[in-house]
Design a protein around this ligand. Structure first.
Ligand SMILES: CC(C)(COP(=O)(O)OP(=O)(O)OC[C@H]1O[C@@H](n2cnc3c(N)ncnc32)[C@H](O)[C@@H]1OP(=O)(O)O)[C@@H](O)C(=O)NCCC(=O)NCCS
Length: 322
């Protein structure tokens, strides 16, 4: 039986840091409101780096951390809602920057759950026996889809990237991955594609920005995150006490606190870095896991659950021994 494990991780955020106080110069808000409602203190906002640049930096760190010859990577998946082009994909451009040739590379969009979707796909492709070492990346320049006049949303998002190298293994470390979705056909969390074009007029397309019904998203998140954790535990015959950490999508500290309460898991097992990054969508999960490792919070041999929700509505979770 083929098993999988995490060989290395890396993350990157652009150097430009914008605090809550900085945002008070743009919209009618306050540090107190943002921090008390979301747990966010600051976020990184790109000025001159694109999604491909963030992806490249996180990917190179993960490859170095994995101590693997880059030529042994045979699959690249990038999860993003902010690709630099409709095509070629971020993954196709990343391939060249990493010096990889003629391997399978593709992008996926499952919004903030995208990285867990990428993990599920790569995990199953390796377990099929066809691939050995996958590079999976979550990379976003979400602040370019942000409406900087909408205080309901602009305070929430940031830019960043995170990456894993996952590999074929004799040890069963990536124990289980769940992904799913519940159609948000009412558009509670939506960023529309350009409108249809009348060939006779050929009007230049405009880019939409993020629209969000915060309360509906909050309700979905606080229902789906605990139920996904419970499902993972049940499917794997595990007790909550055996879980050392839960590393959730960093969208809102209050969502994570409510999920912890529902699950009856103490907050000291719920890793948080939202205060420094805000919500970085598909980058959030690998960025948080990489930071938890680099800070010495998540140690080799420990077991953690990662869980996410996002636009779609999508969700996902994984049970992993690091
Ligand atoms: C967005 C969110 C923080 C709002 O928190 P909330 O407690 O529901 O706040 P409300 O939407 O009820 O707004 C309360 C008031 O604060 C105001 N407000 C909204 N944003 C504000 C801001 N940045 N600064 C100051 N006031 C703000 C609202 O206008 C409203 O004022 P009103 O009562 O006069 O109309 C919360 O709904 C949330 O986190 N939802 C999930 C969002 C999410 O995770 N999105 C990403 C998914 S991947």
């Amino acid at each position: 039986m083929i098993h999988t494990k995490i060989l290395g991780t890396g993350s990157y955020a652009p150097s430009n840091v914008v605090t809550n106080d900085d945002l008070t110069k743009i919209v009618d808000t306050s540090d107190e409101w943002i921090y008390s409602r979301t747990g966010i203190k600051k976020r990184h906002i790109t000025q001159d780096e694109y999604t491909i640049d963030l992806a490249e930096k996180a990917a190179k760190k993960a490859i170095k951390d994995a101590q693997i010859d880059v030529n042994n990577i045979d699959l690249v998946i990038v999860a993003t809602v902010t690709p630099d082009n409709a095509f070629p994909g971020v993954s196709n451009l990343l391939q060249k920057r990493l010096g990889l040739d003629e391997i399978m590379t593709f992008d996926i969009n499952a919004a903030c759950s995208g990285f867990i979707y990428a993990l599920n796909i790569a995990d199953k492709m390796i377990k099929s026996g066809s691939y050995k070492n996958a590079l999976i990346v979550g990379a976003e320049t979400l602040t370019r889809l942000t409406d900087w006049s909408d205080r309901n949303t602009c305070v929430l998002f940031g830019d960043g990237a995170g990456a894993f190298v996952i590999s074929k293994s004799n040890e069963n470390k990536i124990k289980d991955v769940i992904t799913g979705s519940v159609s948000d056909d009412e558009g509670h969390l939506i960023c529309q594609s350009p409108a249809l074009k009348d060939p006779a007029k050929n009007v230049i397309s405009k880019q939409d920005h993020i629209h969000m019904n915060g309360r509906e998203v909050f309700k979905f998140a606080t229902r789906i995150m605990p139920s996904t954790v419970e499902k993972l535990l049940k499917r794997n015959n595990m007790k909550k006490a055996a879980i050392d950490h839960v590393i959730a999508h960093q969208a809102n500290a209050r969502i994570i606190q409510k999920a912890a309460k529902t699950l009856n898991i103490p907050m000291d097992k719920m890793y948080l870095n939202i205060q420094k990054y805000g919500n970085t969508s598909a980058a959030s999960v690998p960025l948080a896991i990489d930071q938890a490792i680099k800070e010495g919070v998540l140690k080799r041999g420990e077991t953690f659950i990662t869980v996410a929700f996002g636009g779609g509505f999508t969700y996902g979770g994984a049970l992993i021994e690091f």
